[in-house]
Design a protein around this ligand. Structure first.
Ligand code: SAM
Length: 279
């Protein structure tokens, strides 16, 4: 029998009382093993995690089509494997996708080439977005803008404004305070005997969600413990917004649309709000 030494006191201190905006130790999106697992989840139409169902994507594309005419230029920040960019190109838009996951971008490029579509894919961290073009619409879908901490939101908002054409729109979706009622603010656990989502090695996973009403924020925390005592800590913050908060980001013209989605959970339910905003 193998023995490992876990410092339980230290583990509790790391995970029990996170403060706004404590970060995790580890990043999921660019981890080579996890990003392969994520790609499979993005592409599984029955799983509404990381990407939404084909029906929800279709509803979002129809909404975009009401916002900007065919032929308009669209920049998708955090495009993942291109579930939106691909369809937008087919609908006649001039599309660019930005992501920092090589695995997702490789898949998106391969699919683009197989279907002979014209889409530009660029590997960049959008928190330091730098492109030599401006766009009619910049989009960020799956509540990803709210996943940034406030400082990053302000910085990205100013970069987005620099990359919008005169009269251009920034489209982002967000969780709402009502919508997070479907979230369980408690602790749960799961485990893997091997080849699980987080690692090929066996692990125990302790999940816990927190609500920070003063920050209009939620935190999803995943703490992974391996047999040898190694740990990983993933933290995902997200926010709901008031119109005043959006104005404070430098967007004055705000159009708000709910009821586009019919999935489950705070990132997919009918409460998810789509904001189309202009500087
Ligand atoms: C929740 S997924 C959403 C993907 C896509 N928007 C969709 O709805 O199908 C988030 C995506 O954003 C990407 N991402 C996260 N942070 C990023 C960053 N700082 N810069 C570039 N891409 C990022 C991830 O790699 C991932 O593909």
């Amino acid at each position: 029998m193998r023995h490992c030494k876990l410092d339980i006191e230290a583990l509790i201190q790391q995970t029990e009382h996170p403060k706004p905006y404590d970060r995790g130790k580890d990043s999921m999106w660019t981890d080579p093993y996890i990003s392969e697992k994520l790609l499979a989840i993005h592409l599984d139409p029955s799983v509404e995690a990381a990407s939404r169902s084909p029906k929800a994507i279709e509803a979002t594309l129809d909404y975009i089509q009401k916002l900007v005419p065919r032929g308009a230029s669209i920049l998708d920040l955090g495009c993942g494997p291109g579930l939106y960019t691909h369809q937008l190109a087919k609908r006649g838009y001039e599309v660019t996708g930005v992501d920092f996951s090589s695995v997702s971008l490789d898949y998106a490029r391969q699919r683009r080439d197989e279907e002979g579509l014209c889409i530009t894919y660029l590997k960049q961290d959008y928190r330091s977005l730098k492109l030599d073009q401006t766009y009619d619409l910049i989009m960020m879908i799956y509540c990803d803008f709210g996943a940034l901490v406030p400082e990053e939101q302000h910085h990205l908002a100013s970069l987005i404004k620099q990359h919008l054409k005169e009269g251009g729109l920034f489209l982002f979706d967000s969780i709402t305070e009502v919508g997070i009622k479907q979230m369980h603010f408690n602790a749960s656990y799961s485990f893997s005997k091997g080849e699980g989502f987080y690692s090929p090695e066996p692990y125990l996973c302790l999940d816990r969600n927190f609500h920070f009403p003063d920050q209009c924020a939620v935190l999803e925390q995943h703490f992974i413990i391996f047999e040898d005592g190694e740990t990983k800590l993933y933290r995902f913050w997200n926010h709901y917004f008031s119109n005043d908060q959006i104005k404070a980001l430098g967007f004055s013209r705000i159009s708000r649309q709910a009821g586009l989605l019919y999935g489950h959970g705070p990132y997919n339910n009918e409460e998810v709000v789509f904001y189309a905003v202009q500087p």
